[in-house]
Design a protein around this ligand. Structure first.
Ligand code: 6GU
Length: 227
C-alpha cells in the first residue's frame, strides 16, 4: 500500500518511523510519502489560506494550492481522504475497507478547512471513472486544530490490518470475531497476584470453553457500561 500525506506540518509525521508503522514501512508493506503543501504555494508570501467568502471567522485553505499538490497524486485506484470534523465518523469497518486500498491520499486541512471546490473537483466523473474515490472523514465528535493527528490515527488503524504487519495475526482474527471489531474483555498477565489483587481464577483453570464464556460475559458488561 502507498500512503501520501499532504500537510503544512510535515514534522507531525515523524512517528511514522516508530514501532509498528516504522517496521511496516521498513519491510516495504507500506510506503509513506509526506508532501509539504506550502511548497505548492505560488503566491508571494507562500500563503496557503485566505479569508472566507461570505465573511466569518478564520481562514479557508486555497483551492489552487491544493490542486497543485493533489493533481500528481490522483492516479488510478486512489482513495482521497479529506480530514474534517464534519466528515463521516471513522470506525473499524472503515479501517478494514480502506486496508484493501492500494493507494490512500490524506489531505490534512487546517484552520476552517479546505475550499469545498477541492472535494467537488475530485468527486467528478472524470475521477470516479479512474476509480478515484473521495471521502470526507472525521475521527470523532470533537474539534482538532487540523487533520494531522486524525490522519495519524487512521494510518495506524489501517496499516496494522495489512498482511504481515502484526507479529501475531491471531489477534486480528480474534478482533474480527467481535461484532464491534475489537477486544473488550479485561486482560491479565504475570504475576498471578499483584498488590493483593488476584487474576480471576477461571483464567488459570486451563478450561478454554469456560474462559471464552467468561470473557464474553465480561465484554458484554463492559459494552453495557459504555452505552
Ligand atoms: Cl478529521 N479534523 C479536525 N480538525 N478535527 C477533528 C477531526 C478532523 N476529527 C475529529 N475532530
Amino acid at each position: 500500500m502507498k500512503i501520501d500525506v499532504v500537510t503544512i506540518f510535515p514534522d507531525y509525521f515523524a512517528p511514522l518511523k516508530l514501532s509498528l508503522l516504522g517496521k511496516a514501512s521498513e519491510s516495504g508493506i507500506v510506503e509513506f510519502q509526506i508532501h509539504d503543501l506550502r511548497s505548492f504555494a505560488r503566491n508571494n508570501h507562500h500563503a496557503v489560506d485566505d479569508t472566507p467568502y461570505g465573511g466569518g471567522a478564520g481562514m479557508v485553505m486555497l483551492p489552487e494550492v491544493w490542486g497543485l499538490a493533489l493533481d500528481p497524486l490522483m492516479v488510478e485506484n486512489t482513495d482521497l481522504i479529506i480530514l474534517t470534523p464534519a466528515g463521516k465518523r471513522f470506525d473499524q469497518p472503515m479501517a478494514e475497507s480502506l486496508s484493501a486500498s492500494s493507494h490512500i491520499v490524506f489531505a490534512c486541512g487546517r484552520y476552517e478547512g479546505i475550499d469545498d471546490r477541492v472535494r467537488q473537483h475530485y468527486s467528478t466523473q472524470e475521477y470516479s471513472s479512474r476509480n478515484i474515490r473521495v471521502h470526507e472523514v472525521s475521527i470523532g465528535d470533537y474539534v482538532l486544530g487540523g487533520g494531522e493527528v486524525a490522519s495519524l490515527v487512521m494510518i495506524e488503524a489501517i496499516t496494522r490490518l495489512l498482511p504481515g504487519v502484526l507479529g501475531n495475526p491471531l489477534s486480528l482474527s480474534e478482533e474480527s470475531h467481535n461484532e464491534d471489531g475489537y477486544l473488550e474483555y479485561p486482560n491479565f498477565t504475570k504475576p498471578s497476584i499483584w498488590r493483593d489483587i488476584p487474576v480471576p481464577e477461571i483464567l488459570l483453570s486451563g478450561n478454554h470453553g469456560e474462559i471464552a464464556k467468561w470473557r464474553a460475559e465480561q465484554a458484554s458488561k463492559r459494552a453495557e457500561n459504555n452505552i
